[in-house]
Design a protein around this ligand. Structure first.
Ligand SMILES: *Cc1c(COP(=O)(O)O)cnc(C)c1O
Length: 409
């Protein structure tokens, strides 16, 4: 990858608190005074840079966090939102109006899928869902009214990697915007360097990393971010998914350790994936040469951060998956919970949880099998010990049988 280090970019930003505090002061106000009425008018018109008006539009702490995330994603600007869905819906509503068409990867977060599939059509915005790395199919489905191509850099829950260089070339050719949800791979992948126009994160996951809040961000050009905040027709200004200043302060502090956490998540996930695979389990992880997008991910990622903290394991049936997850929770190996990026391992059965918005036949076509467990691997200090304990659970539930292990060694 290019000589760009997102963690350095974040670290080089300095801002001090009101009394020289090492953290910026939290702005505890929804509205701001003006010394002159004229400045207030200019601010409404968008002509008074650096003036705060009302906190749904912007607030100092939200701007600090936005600026750090813009640095991380190598964009001119960014805007934080109250949730990842707040960012996704604002961006799509800003770019697409009645009569427009969207091309989306079919393997995306369940909430995004439901928004595109169910919420937008009554507003006369239609979406074609495709295998996003089938470039012929993508090009063939472009219509005169197509505005955007939407995908996740590493998809949920199947961990398919989108070829962002190829997709951005298609976008250039047809004058479309490439929107990439990079929630699964912060620091691992820099979509802007690969040609994306807008990068979105659910801050709820790795970036905040402590599972104590929801949050989101979109990183884009200054012009686009300004458009979304326009008081007359900006999607984010008018839909109002505003993050609270106290929350953005706490997320900014957690962002400080992201580079260390991502390395440990990736190290632990690769450790487990390699061993599970050797044991003969059906494991999928982009860091394994057996993963269909292994080479692609290698060509796109910043090597020092690894292949990310997510892996999937097919337990065969929902019953087996549930049995295994309950046992692992009893053994204190992690929590049976949705979401990801926590210090503790989290696991859930995708088909019956975060991808349940997707109808069963479509899940099957995508390869989301009933027994598919998604693991967000934690920051475990002793991953060898975790592996041994997990293997015991696999043996106890019969997902792994001892004969199989013997036949391999
Ligand atoms: C969780 C998630 C979202 C939604 O984010 P929220 O913060 O829950 O609104 C979007 N995309 C991906 C890939 C996610 O994992």
């Amino acid at each position: 990858m290019e000589n760009f280090n997102a963690a350095n970019e974040i670290q080089d930003l300095q801002y001090f608190g009101e009394f020289g505090g090492v953290n910026p002061s939290i702005s505890d106000s929804s509205t701001y005074t003006f010394l002159s009425a004229k400045t207030m008018f200019d601010t409404f018109e968008g002509n008074a840079d650096g003036c705060y008006l009302y906190s749904r539009h912007s607030s100092p702490m939200n701007l600090y966090l936005s600026q750090a995330l813009a640095k991380m994603e190598n964009t001119e600007a960014a805007n934080v939102t109250a949730s990842g869905m707040g960012a996704i819906t604002s961006v799509l509503m800003q770019l697409c109006k009645a009569g427009d068409h969207i091309i989306s990867s079919r393997t995306i977060y369940g909430g995004t899928y439901a928004f595109l599939k169910n919420f937008l059509p009554p507003f006369n915005i239609e979406t074609s869902f495709l295998d996003i790395n089938n470039f012929e199919a993508v090009e063939a489905s472009i219509q005169p009214n197509t505005k955007v191509i939407y995908c996740e850099s590493v998809s949920n829950p199947l961990l398919e990697v989108a070829d962002l260089k190829r997709l951005s070339a298609i976008c250039r050719k047809y004058n479309l915007k490439l929107i990439v949800d990079n929630t699964f791979s912060p620091l691992n992948i820099s979509p802007i360097l690969l040609g994306a126009d807008i990068v979105i994160h659910s801050l709820t996951k790795f970036i905040n990393g402590s599972s104590d809040t929801v949050g989101g961000v979109y990183c884009a050009s200054q012009e686009f971010v300004d458009d979304t905040k326009n008081v007359n027709n900006g999607a984010c200004m008018l839909l109002g998914p505003t993050m609270d200043s106290f929350r953005s302060a706490s997320i900014l502090k957690n962002l400080r350790t992201l580079h260390i956490r991502i390395r440990q998540h990736s190290y632990n996930a690769l450790y487990l994936a390699e061993r599970f695979e050797k044991d003969g389990l059906k494991v999928s992880y982009p860091g394994l040469p057996s993963h269909k997008n292994h080479e692609l991910m290698k060509s796109m990622m910043h090597e020092e951060y690894g292949f990310g903290g997510l892996l999937t394991l097919d337990a065969g049936t929902t019953e087996k998956a549930n049995e295994l997850m309950e046992l692992m929770q009893q053994e204190n190996l992690g929590y049976l919970a949705v979401s990801l990026g926590f210090y503790k391992t989290l696991f859930s059965c995708s088909g019956s949880s975060t991808s349940s918005e997707i109808p069963e036949e479509e899940r099957e076509a995508m390869g989301i099998s009933d027994g598919l467990i998604r693991f967000s691997i934690g920051l475990d200090h002793d991953i060898a010990r975790t592996y041994e304990k997990m293997k015991e659970c696999m043996l106890k539930t019969g997902i792994l049988n001892s004969q199989k292990i013997h036949s391999i060694f």
